[in-house]
Design a binder for this molecule. Structure first.
Ligand code: PRP
Ligand code: URA
Length: 208
């Protein structure tokens, strides 16, 4: 799975355990999701390109750096919203787009209900955020959406990936690199990730 980078970090492992725990309440779930997103943001942005810029310190001129490429953060609604602030902490100038998808519980296929993107999709790095990559249907559909709107460089950032989802994304969009905190074992018959953390949107917002 060349397209997949697992971000291996002790603090992520600790936080993932809190998120997996069925006794973690909605408030703690949101808090920890934001924190783990921040840790992931540092790793995901490690290969961002820089441009040199002259700056003047209080003592002399020197060469500093600015990001060479604009970044657009796109959460997949709803659960992707939980990762946005953690990324914005480190990318405060990033623009934010939104794509709304939910999985039909019977077919497991994504149904789209909303999208709104900045106009600069074609010249920005897109970080598509969704904590769960299960069948890969939602992720693949979101990337197809983005590409139709002009996106040319997208990376997919997730927390818990299933092998089935990684396979589907890699096959459908081989140009899109996937970052995940963990690769779990498999999907169950209802399309939930095992061991997983349950329904991320419901656990964030207290629905169901
Ligand atoms: C969850 C999750 C992903 C999708 C993953 O969203 O946030 O978007 O499922 O499953 P897939 O890889 O099989 O498509 P859900 O459909 O539950 O919507 P929600 O975020 O509104 O709860
Ligand atoms: N969506 C979730 O929120 N959790 C899963 O395990 C699978 C899809």
């Amino acid at each position: 799975m060349n397209n997949l980078t697992i971000i291996d970090h002790p603090l992520i492992k600790r936080d993932l355990s809190i998120l997996r725990d069925r006794n973690t309440n909605n408030h703690l779930f949101r808090t920890v999701l934001k924190r783990v997103a921040s840790i992931m943001a540092l790793e995901v942005t490690r290969s961002l390109k820089l441009r040199e810029q002259k700056i003047r310190t209080p003592l002399e001129d020197t060469t500093g750096h600015v990001l060479a490429e604009d970044v657009i953060i796109v959460p997949v609604l709803r659960a992707g919203l939980g990762l946005v602030d953690g990324f914005l902490d480190f990318l405060p100038d990033a623009k934010v787009g939104h794509v709304g998808l939910y999985r039909d519980e019977r077919t497991l296929e994504p149904v789209d209900y909303y999208s709104m993107f900045p106009t600069t999709l074609n010249k920005s790095l897109i970080l598509l955020l969704d904590p769960m990559l299960a069948t890969g249907g939602s992720g693949a559909a979101a990337i197809t959406f983005l590409k139709k709107k002009g996106a040319r460089h997208t990376q997919f950032v997730t927390l818990v990936a299933a092998p089935e989802g990684v396979q589907r994304l890699t096959t459908t969009h081989p140009d899109v690199h996937i970052f995940s905190a963990v690769l779990d074992r498999q999907l169950n018959a209802q399309g939930y990730i095992l061991p997983g953390l349950g329904d991320a949107g419901d656990r964030m917002f207290g629905t169901k």
